[in-house]
Write a new protein. Structure first.
Length: 122
C-alpha cells in the first residue's frame, strides 16, 4: 500500500509528503506556514483533526479526479484548497475576504524584487 492509498489521520494530514530523491520536505516557506495554519486551526478548536484530515483528503481526491499527477508536487495546493474551504465552511473568513487576501498576496509578490521576502503592506 503506497502512502497515497492510506487513510488520512491527523498525523499524516499535517505531515508533508516527502518526494522520492529529495532531502527537503518543504520547497518554499509558505508550505510550512500553510501546515502551521492548519495546526493552529486544530489547536485553536476551529476545526477538529478529523475534519482537517477529511477535508484535505477530499481536496486531494477531487484534484486526482480532475487529472492531478499525484506525485506530491501539488500537495500544498491541496492544503491551501482545504484551508480555504474550511475557512469558508466554518465562517472563519468570507469569500470576499479570502479573495481580497489572495489579491493582496499576488500584488505583494509582483512588486517584490527577486530574492527578497514577500510581505503585505499594512
Amino acid at each position: 500500500m503506497s502512502q497515497h492509498d492510506q487513510p488520512l489521520s491527523r498525523e499524516s494530514a499535517l505531515r508533508p509528503i516527502k518526494r522520492d530523491g529529495e532531502d527537503e520536505s518543504f520547497r518554499e516557506p509558505w508550505e510550512v506556514q500553510a501546515l502551521a495554519l492548519a495546526n493552529g486551526l486544530i489547536e485553536g478548536g476551529n476545526v477538529t483533526s478529523a475534519e482537517w484530515a477529511e477535508t484535505l483528503g477530499q481536496e486531494i481526491r477531487k484534484a486526482q479526479g480532475a487529472g492531478d499527477v499525484d506525485d506530491g508536487s501539488t500537495y500544498y495546493l491541496h492544503v491551501l484548497a482545504a484551508l480555504e474551504r474550511l475557512a469558508s465552511e466554518k465562517n472563519l473568513a468570507s469569500s470576499p475576504e479570502l479573495f481580497g487576501r489572495k489579491q493582496a498576496w499576488i500584488e505583494a509578490y509582483e512588486r517584490t524584487p527577486h530574492g527578497q521576502p514577500v510581505t503585505l503592506k499594512p
